[in-house]
Design a protein around this ligand. Structure first.
Ligand code: PEP
Ligand code: MN
Length: 458
């Protein structure tokens, strides 16, 4: 992350510049909590609007340039983190493990792709969840669904489930603390390529991962070659790392939308990259309207019901200028659907907007309930969807530009399979997610090695 102080975004622009930023208020907004106390909400949003930006507009532009390169096939986009962050897990260890996992994956992918990897955390703002049902029923008791720590509490208790807007302030402060540590980790020497490579050696040392030894050895040799040539490892002590989350709660996203003092353009300063979810991408809805007005690089999730016409209409609405790096489609079709469903969409979009970046979310189309009752995903299905995504792009001559993954740096047992052969009976051992199941540290690295193989074969 780099930017200069004169790019600091200010919060008191004149009215003409903010015109339109509140247009969403007259449009249907799905998946909003229905805050019971309007006055309290008003005080909270005014306070949020007075806080400093969490990211700088100039950093968002840097990421946009990187995404433009990824769309041209000159970089690879890696986005990962929890399905839902929680306040309880804003701790040094959890954040470090996540960053470490993403950095380890990025090194392997950089080698496989022979390209720079854009590192984007699904963190520092990922506290709100869209839900398929507004209520949850347990043993005949019905309560409002848990909508993420940004809205209510997970405990199954009537009072805890009442939406409380004061939680949005805690989202801001938790995100700020997270980003502060992320900036320290990625700029202070922790991300040094030599450390990251050592950690990957640790991964390979386990016999379960022997299959990846050949590539790890190749990377090792490449490192020694670089050193022998007098390569300057000191320039590889720091990395650029970006933040992202689903822009779901408009009462959080709007107060953190500001006019950049340098360009006089609106940016969402709660994260570098924000995306619109599969459930909130209605063309005439509030989410698409607000996101159409900010200048960040943005994403939209596309599920298996998307038509080519829907996707093209989203391009017209969100990227009418066909700006390089502006728009990313995050496709999440399911392993069984991706090979047939994706091609017509990519073809139609590519005809009108070849600047769009395509990335694969192999998680959300592959969720099911296991026999023991856990919401889970099979590592094999996840990898099969990635493979299908690559196949479609290879056939069309378009660019499979990146991955969007739900993962954690900890040794949880939430997804089945992988080299550790987690089975249904193991899920109970360490099932910690409050929302969707995440790949654990090992499974994440395993994915990186498998995708690196796919990239190096291209
Ligand atoms: C998510 O990313 O956690 C999510 C809810 O995804 P989608 O919008 O694709 O369903
Ligand atoms: Mn999820």
């Amino acid at each position: 992350m780099h930017s200069t102080l004169d790019e600091v975004t200010v919060g008191t622009p004149d009215a003409a510049l903010t015109e339109g930023l509140d247009g969403w208020r007259d449009l249907p907004a799905v998946q909003q909590p229905g805050w019971p106390d309007e006055q309290l909400l008003g005080r909270v949003t005014a306070e949020l609007a007075s806080y400093p930006p969490l990211v700088f507009a100039g950093e968002c532009d840097d990421l946009k340039a990187g995404i433009a390169a990824a769309a041209r096939g000159e970089a690879f986009f890696l986005q990962g983190g929890d399905c839902a962050e929680t306040f309880a897990e804003v701790s040094a260890d959890r954040i470090r493990n996540k960053i470490k996992t993403l950095l380890q994956m990025a090194v392997v992918l950089t080698y496989g792709a022979s390209m720079p990897v854009l590192k984007v955390g699904r963190l520092a703002g990922q506290y709100a969840k869209p839900r398929s049902k507004p209520v949850e029923v347990r043993d005949g008791v019905e309560l409002p669904a848990y909508r993420g720590d940004a809205v209510n509490d997970y405990s199954f208790d009537a009072e805890a489930r009442v939406p409380d807007p004061r939680r949005l302030l805690r989202v801001y402060h938790s995100s700020s603390a997270t980003l502060n540590l992320v900036r320290a980790f990625t700029k202070g020497g922790f991300a040094d390529l030599r450390h990251v490579h050592e950690w990957n050696r640790g991964f390979i040392a386990s016999s379960a991962n022997a299959r990846y030894e050949a590539m790890a050895k190749d990377i090792d040799r490449a490192m020694r070659f670089m050193a022998a040539c007098g390569g300057d490892f000191d320039t590889l002590r720091t990395v650029d790392f970006y933040s992202s989350h689903e822009a779901l709660l408009l009462d959080y996203e709007r107060p953190l939308t500001r006019i950049d003092s340098r360009t006089q353009l609106p940016y969402n300063v709660s994260a570098h990259f924000v995306w619109i979810g599969e459930r909130t991408r209605q063309l005439d809805g509030a989410h698409v309207d607000l996101m159409s007005r900010v200048r960040n690089p943005i994403g939209v999730k596309l599920g298996p019901s998307t038509t080519p016409e829907d996707a093209v209409a989203l391009v017209e609405r969100l990227d009418p200028e066909r700006e390089p790096g502006r728009l990313t489609f995050i496709v999440r079709m399911g392993a069984g659907r991706v090979r047939e469903a994706l091609a017509p969409i990519v073809k139609a979009v590519n005809n009108v907007a070849p600047n769009v970046l395509w990335i694969c979310d192999p998680m959300h189309g592959n969720t099911f309930e296991s026999a023991s009752g856990y919401k889970t995903r099979r590592f094999e299905d996840v990898m099969d969807e990635v493979r299908g995504f690559f196949e479609v792009h290879t056939q069309l001559g378009t660019v499979p530009g990146g991955l969007h993954v739900e993962l954690t740096g900890d040794d949880v047992t939430e997804c089945l399979g992988g080299a550790e052969h987690i089975d249904d009976g193991d899920l109970a051992t360490r099932y910690e997610t409050l929302c969707d199941p995440r790949l654990n540290h090992q499974q994440s690295l395993e994915m990186a090695f498998l995708v690196a193989e796919m990239l190096s074969e291209r």
